[in-house]
Design a protein around this ligand. Structure first.
Ligand code: BES
Ligand code: MN
Ligand code: MN
Length: 459
């Protein structure tokens, strides 16, 4: 391992220039105008995988954006790691809030600012450099490595499940390794053992066939903007509890043990409130902030649209109103079942004075694992070696839909070792990657393959 670490030390200076190239490609999966950029990014990943020494690299076409697959299987008897990550990124708007251009990586105060720096290009690049160090130094890896890097994670991984179902033999492995989550805080390396799931909807209301003068017609027909507010107000009570009938039926309750473990984590509610600029924190009563975000489901409004929103005033009675809403789910809630409950509830609480249309969008299942898994233990040892301290075991509020698919379709446990900091501004302007965490992350990843190799679970 020493020579691998020397290699990292010796080559670290060029890492930023390479990462900068990767981050310069605007691989925004949601925007049709960027389809060519997403493909160019997939090709960049293929070229990079060949450069770092992966002998087999293929680009798979899908109905959407390409999937990149690579493998090195030169360690018979050793375990096989399936590494998963995504090379697509979120849109960058609002652009004027970026302090430097989103696709020109810029370092300020030891952080790389760019879209994708933390989610997820920087984190997959960290593994590329760890693999490169092993391959260039020793000509081999301590484990067999299969890599699956997709370009549709940020739009719901619509074509990935199908790829997995049709490539079960190709993807046979012992463990999935993912770096697409956060650390609990700076200098607290973390292993994430639970993710929330998601169901996402658009609600469209129509009151009349066109906009109307609010003086001539106001009072004669329902206002869809107002009705939408009433419908949304039916979703939660004042204590933050979701009122959709049956919504909590399958929610796995937090155990006393887990609540005690959460309490041991250094979490300052007041500082958290300040860092968010919120006048007060709010969530389901009876739960702490960490419990609310990690282990309880939520209902959120993601966007609202109705009537006149320009400068000045316009007396208009809007014809339509639209909302984008989503629910984060926890084990053992099922997205299909919750979707049905939600649709029925919307129809029940919407008055007949408007037409209502509910459209389901992307989503994914929640996921959770136990900590006694030998790979989680091995990852913990690698973190101790790379960061010089014990990992925190955390859950997270975000979703990575494919993790449940790996579990269900391939029967694979997963290790989620993320190095993004909580203030990384993922999905927001000024997304950033902390270089100190990245550097330790490269070393830890290099150790992790080695520790995985020692589990003796190879087939
Ligand atoms: N990397 C995130 C998931 C994440 C965020 C994990 C925060 C842990 C903490 C991922 O890229 C993401 O944004 N996922 C989407 C999934 C959705 C588009 C189906 C999410 O959580 O909204
Ligand atoms: Mn991500
Ligand atoms: Mn994301």
């Amino acid at each position: 391992m020493n020579t691998v670490l020397d290699h990292i030390e010796l080559h670290r200076d060029r890492y930023f220039d390479e990462l900068k190239q990767f981050l310069a490609i605007p691989s925004i999966s949601a925007l049709p105008d960027h389809k060519g950029d997403v493909r160019r990014c997939a090709e960049w990943v293929c070229d990079e995988l060949r450069r770092i020494g992966m002998p087999t690299v293929t680009l798979h076409e899908t109905a959407g954006h390409p999937i990149v697959y690579a493998e090195w299987l030169g360690a018979p008897g050793a375990p096989t790691v399936l590494f998963y990550g995504h090379y697509d990124v979120q849109p960058v708007d609002p652009l004027d809030l970026w302090e430097s251009p989103p696709f020109e990586a810029t370092v300020r105060d030891g952080e790389v600012y760019a879209r994708g720096s933390a989610d997820d290009k920087g984190q997959i690049f960290m593994h590329f450099k760890a693999i490169e160090a092993h391959m260039k130094q020793n000509g081999r890896l301590p484990v067999n490595m299969k890599m699956l890097i997709e370009g549709e994670e940020e739009v719901g991984s619509a074509n990935l499940d199908e790829f997995i179902r049709t490539h079960i033999d190709l993807l046979k492995a012992d463990v999935v390794l993912i770096s697409d989550t956060e650390m609990f805080e700076r200098d607290t390396p973390s292993i994430c053992y639970g993710l929330r799931g998601l169901v996402y909807f658009q609600i469209d209301l129509r009151g009349t066939k066109g906009d109307l003068h609010s003086g001539s017609f106001g009072g004669a027909v329902a206002n869809p903007g107002f009705v939408l507010a009433q419908v949304l107000a039916q979703m939660k009570d004042r204590g933050g509890r979701i009122k959709i009938s049956g919504f909590y039926d399958d929610v796995r309750a937090l155990t006393e043990e887990e609540r005690t473990e959460f309490k041991k984590l250094r979490f300052n509610e007041n500082q958290y409130k300040k860092s968010l600029g919120a006048p007060r924190l709010f969530g389901e009563s009876g739960y702490s902030t960490l419990e609310r975000v990690w282990a309880r489901p939520t209902f959120e409004v993601n966007g609202l649209l109705s009537g006149f929103t320009g400068a000045g005033a316009k007396t208009v009675l809007p014809a339509v109103a639209m909302a984008k809403v989503s629910m984060r789910l926890v084990p053992n809630q099922d997205p299909d079942k919750i979707a049905k409950l939600f649709e029925d509830y919307v129809k029940k609480v919407t008055p007949r004075t408007v037409e209502v249309k509910v459209t389901r969008m992307h989503g994914g299942k929640p996921w959770m694992t136990t900590l006694d898994n030998p790979y989680v233990q091995a990852a913990g040892r690698a973190i101790r070696l790379g960061f010089g301290q014990d990992p925190a075991f955390i859950r997270e509020g975000g979703s990575i839909p494919v993790v449940a698919t790996f579990q269900e379709t391939l029967g694979l446990p997963a290790v989620l070792f993320g190095i993004a900091l909580p203030d990384a501004n993922t999905h927001a302007p000024n997304e950033k990657l902390d270089l100190g965490s990245f550097n330790k992350g490269v070393i830890t990843s290099a150790f992790m393959y080695e520790e995985f190799g020692k589990t003796g679970a190879g087939r």
